[in-house]
Design a protein around this ligand. Structure first.
Ligand SMILES: [Zn+2]
Length: 411
């Protein structure tokens, strides 16, 4: 029988074992992380599952079903330093509980696999989604080869100590050969569900991101001697542009952030010569995202012309949106409604392992459970016990629906 209270107790036990007064310390590729892994391994040993570690260091527990086609339930035991007690490990321990419930019954119609992805957070070496991007095939070993931790140790050397050869990490892709669906429960890490007063949401996908540096160039000129209508002021242009960015995001029903803004070479007694800002635009739909970028570029050129300055855009980072699977979204919504009465639909602003799995073409969906005060990656991260309980029940219902769906679809 599904026992969500056991999941909550196990989360507390794991926090005792791998955290301290500053929070969770399960940073990947450390002894504490290995201790968390060993603890989960001990729980899995009581179940009729095959456990293996793949070439990227991901842990897989497989419960064989009538069909080899597999429903994957994923999460990550690793945390940031001084992290929260739920981010990532709720997913793994809730999945463990679902696996126990299924293992008690008849052989499931489809194979069920729990995966604990290696190094989702990327805390030690500054690159996230190591294990899932290796499995999806998007990992480029060259990008990781030269990474060092804060003590100067090289990533390939540290990973070798955990049995992972960087150059073979992509072989983890074979784990997805029979994957027919991927499910992930996660804390929301934001304030939306708390504001709505709802415990659970179905996640529609992860945002596409377009991040640029936008630079306005004007003319340095004396603050006292230059009349207002004769200035070529890049700061004024940037200020207008920031507000236009907010308008464009609002009209697109999405988000845009200017996280940094500076006037290099500026002094207090002159119009600044340059003003540059980071401009991060996101949307769940790639076409809408491109429309947002296009409109912002047009607006920046119009403002530049009106202010007598020049504007240039430089791409800093971009990733395409990863919409989740429509049928799995419906199953997740139904599972949540059956558990707590109503479900919210929302995109994920943060990236998750699920985005990598979706990129590999595997039908994917996520569920979010409410985060109190929207906090995560801190020891203050928390979720009400009754909401954690509901999240395990909803994940279990989603797993049951997905197993039936996978079995009916056939090979
Ligand atoms: Zn996480």
């Amino acid at each position: 029988m599904l026992d969500p209270a056991r999941t909550v107790a196990e989360l507390r036990e794991l926090q005792e074992l791998t955290g301290n007064s500053d929070g969770a310390q399960r940073v990947c590729w450390t002894e504490t992380w290995a201790r968390a892994r060993a603890w989960v391994g001990g729980q899995l040993a009581a179940l009729p599952v095959d456990v293996e570690i793949d070439e990227a260091g991901n842990l897989w527990a497989t419960l064989a079903g009538e069909s080899e086609r597999a429903v994957l339930i994923g999460g990550h035991l690793d945390s940031v330093s001084n992290g929260g007690w739920l981010d990532g490990c709720l997913n793994v321990l809730a999945g463990l509980e679902v696996l126990r419930r299924i293992a008690e019954g008849d052989r499931p119609a489809a194979t069920v696999r729990l995966v604990d992805w290696a190094d989702e957070e990327g805390f030690r070496f500054g690159r996230s989604l190591f294990g899932s991007s290796a499995a999806s095939g998007s990992l480029q070993p060259a990008d990781f080869r030269g990474l060092r931790d804060s003590e100067g140790l090289l990533l390939p050397d540290v990973l070798a100590g955990y049995g992972v050869e960087l150059d073979r990490a992509l072989e983890a892709g074979s784990q997805l050969a029979n994957a027919a669906a991927y499910l992930e429960l996660h804390i929301e890490q934001g304030p939306v569900l708390e504001r709505l007063g709802l415990p659970l949401a179905v996640v529609l996908g992860t945002y596409g991101v377009e991040r640029h540096i936008v630079r306005f160039r004007g003319q340095r000129a004396h603050a006292g001697a230059t009349p207002m209508d004769m200035r070529r002021d890049p700061v004024a242009a940037a200020a207008r542009f920031v507000l236009e960015g907010r308008r464009i995001a609002g009209e697109a029903g999405s988000v845009t952030t200017v996280g940094t803004i500076s006037a290099p070479g500026g002094i207090v007694t002159a119009v600044a010569p340059v003003c540059e800002l980071s401009f991060d635009q996101r949307h769940l739909d790639d076409a809408s995202l491109q429309a947002m970028v296009g409109e912002a570029k047009e607006v920046s050129e119009r403002i530049a012309a009106e202010e007598g300055v020049e504007v240039e855009w430089a791409v800093q980072w971009r990733i395409e949106a990863r919409p989740f699977h429509p049928e799995l979204i419906d199953f997740a919504e139904a599972a949540i409604v059956e558990t707590v009465g109503s479900a919210h639909r929302m995109p994920s602003g943060a990236l998750h392992d699920a985005a990598e799995v979706a990129k590999a073409g595997i039908p994917t969906v996520m569920m979010f459970v409410q985060s109190l005060r929207g906090l995560s990656h801190t020891r203050e991260e928390d979720t009400r016990t009754e909401d954690l309980d509901a999240s395990v029940r909803a994940l279990d219902r989603l797993a049951a629906k997905t197993i039936d769906w996978v079995a009916q679809r056939g090979p």
